[in-house]
Design a protein around this ligand. Structure first.
Ligand SMILES: Nc1nc2c(ncn2[C@@H]2O[C@H](COP(=O)(O)OP(=O)(O)OP(=O)(O)O)[C@@H](O)[C@H]2O)c(=O)[nH]1
Ligand SMILES: [Mg+2]
Length: 427
């Protein structure tokens, strides 16, 4: 596995997958997606090779004979790069590279996604997150130099430490140091982000989550004129953009657009993008935006759920929105899908269809979720007053003789918590 990027527009790529029993359709779709990822990274797919097997080969992912065939096809077609549709573990990567030879670049789905993320990272946070994920991906894969140097050292094994060993140890240490530094840097950025989030806490926060290319940025722009980059590319957006939007009832909500999801997202990326995902976790409402024109939309929904499951977000905070309703495929039985997802809102962000309905839905979720109360607080009760300032939105306050009268708006759950903690009586 090399750490080189796909940059050259003409880089010819061969895609490889294993089809497990009963997975024909799944494999096809996954390869289609891999092909789009390859194009997004700037490569050209010249052919695809699928091997049907009962299990993945534990040592070479494919059978040895098939790898030889793969090598021959690459030579015939002049392909320089092979991309495997699953993450190869370090041992597999090494074994595969050995059979294919040093002339071919061997990448896997994870390396490709990491590459796209690197190309698309704009802000310091996204760049740091990607650098961390890449370093973690590389760490167990530094074996290539090791073998190389080992050979140079004449295969000296045993008690004495060969020059190869020293080099790999240095490389690993450098990489570990880098990982430590990047983690520290991310912690610092996360702190700043927390402060900003706290500021927004008193408002209603809506997060757009969804598969990559579902139309999150398009919807964000349609609702707020945010000017977020929209493109028919995977992982165009990596950073969180937050914009204020005023609802018809006059209240403000903050809408955030963020990194998209995909099947088999490298776990290193999920881990390092955790603070970005936290933006979604802390939202009052999460819009699961789904490209309904994609026949695979159910699997996209499953992917969103599986990425978010660690956050344990209650179901009532989600709203499913089907986007690209302007190009629902003819083969789709819309009545059936509507019966399956009775609460989903259908829109076209691009054609501005259904947006009024969506805004109404957001507004009614807001109303369900918040309360407006008036409470009298003694002047000296500083702790309570501080808590109100921190956790609620103060709509007005007036100073009476012994108390300050606050009219405030709060999240229903937060209000319940505050009344219990401070024995507040408000109406
Ligand atoms: N037909 C149609 N196309 C749409 C609609 N909404 C978005 N698109 C297109 O879908 C593509 C992806 O849109 P984006 O808004 O960039 O998608 P995203 O979810 O932000 O994607 P990433 O940031 O890459 O994860 C673009 O080519 C959009 O023009 C829609 O309602 N109808
Ligand atoms: Mg986007």
């Amino acid at each position: 596995m090399t750490d080189t990027d796909i940059r050259d527009d003409t880089e010819k790529v061969l895609l490889v997958a294993v089809e497990l029993p009963g997975d024909h359709e799944k494999t096809e779709r996954s390869l289609e997606e891999l092909s789009r990822l390859t194009e997004t990274a700037g490569g050209v797919v010249v052919d695809t090779l699928v091997q049907t097997r009962p299990t993945l080969h534990s040592i070479h992912y494919l059978g040895k004979g098939k790898l030889q065939t793969l090598k021959n096809i690459c030579e015939e077609l002049g392909a320089e790069t092979v991309i495997f549709d699953d993450e190869l573990d370090p041992g597999q990567a090494k074994a595969v590279q050995k059979i294919l030879g040093d002339g071919l670049k061997v990448l896997d789905r994870s390396a490709l996604i990491l590459d796209i993320f690197q190309q698309h990272a704009r802000t310091r946070e996204a760049k740091t997150q990607v650098a961390l994920a890449r370093a973690q991906y590389m760490l167990p894969r530094l074996t290539r130099q090791w073998t190389h140097l080992e050979r140079q050292a004449g295969g000296i094994g045993g008690a004495r430490r060969g020059p190869g060993e020293t080099q790999i140890e240095i490389d690993r240490r450098l990489l570990r140091d880098q990982i430590k530094k990047l983690k520290k840097e991310l912690e610092k950025i996360a702190l700043q982000r927390n402060t900003q989030r706290k500021f927004r806490h008193e408002f209603f926060n809506v997060a757009l989550v969804g598969y990559t290319n579902a139309g999150k940025s398009t919807l964000m722009n349609a609702l707020t004129e945010a000017g977020v980059e929209v493109e028919d590319q995977l992982f165009k957006t990596l950073d969180t953009t937050v914009r204020k939007m005023t609802m018809p009832n006059g209240r403000d909500v903050y809408l955030s657009d963020t990194v998209g999801f995909i099947q088999k997202l490298p776990h290193q990326l999920v881990a390092s993008f955790r603070s970005t995902l936290k933006e979604a976790e802390s939202a009052d409402l999460l819009i699961k935006l789904v490209d309904i024109s994609d026949p695979d939309f159910r699997r996209h929904l499953t992917t969103i759920d599986s990425v978010l499951k660690d956050f344990e977000i209650p179901e009532k905070r989600f709203l499913t929105v089907f986007n690209k309703a302007d190009r629902v495929p003819e083969s789709m039985n819309v009545t059936l899908v509507k019966r399956e997802y009775p609460d989903a809102v259908w829109i076209s962000a691009k054609e501005a269809i259904g947006l009024t309905r969506l805004i109404q839905e957001i507004q009614s979720r807001m109303d369900e979720n918040t309360v407006i109360r008036t409470v009298d607080i003694p002047h000296q009760a500083g702790e309570i007053i501080a808590a109100l300032h921190e956790h609620t939105r103060i709509l007005s306050q007036s100073h009476e003789e012994e108390v300050t009268r606050f009219t405030l708006q709060a999240d229903r759950d937060i209000w319940a918590y505050l009344t219990k903690k401070f024995h507040l009586k408000g109406e």
